[in-house]
Design a protein around this ligand. Sequence first.
Ligand code: FES
Length: 148
Amino acid sequence: MDRREFIKNGCTACLSATIIGAVIPSCTSTRYISGTLGKDGLFVDVSEFLVREKGKTRYHPFIILRNDALQYPVCVYRFNDNEYSALWMQCTHQGTELQAAGDRLQCTAHGSEFDSKGFVRTGPADRSLRSFPVTVLNNQIFIDMRAI
Ligand code: FES
């Protein structure tokens, strides 16, 4: 591939990514909230996962809790009305903050990937993410963080 062809292909790829991101914003948007910090953990209203569009209701597959009191964010995946996972977004390889990408958490430092339950899918990390017990009661999700 010559230089001209390389630049042309690179520009086409960038333009395509931009257009796809603009056309399907609901797929690319990530919901960040702070939650409510209690003595033993974080509380999140179940309605934080709801998305109402054109008279239809759907759910964010995950939300990210960023709270000033926490060193790292917590990614909360929703599997159904009563099943969630809450994952500490610190890579178990060397501690880099993870990025959410759909049903995966990715590390930009060396490429590790974790699934929505916190299990390693791609190394070099070799340990699962720290996770927290989640309970649902009265339309509130409680993330028990006493183990931090
Ligand atoms: S710090 Fe995440 S893969 Fe190395």
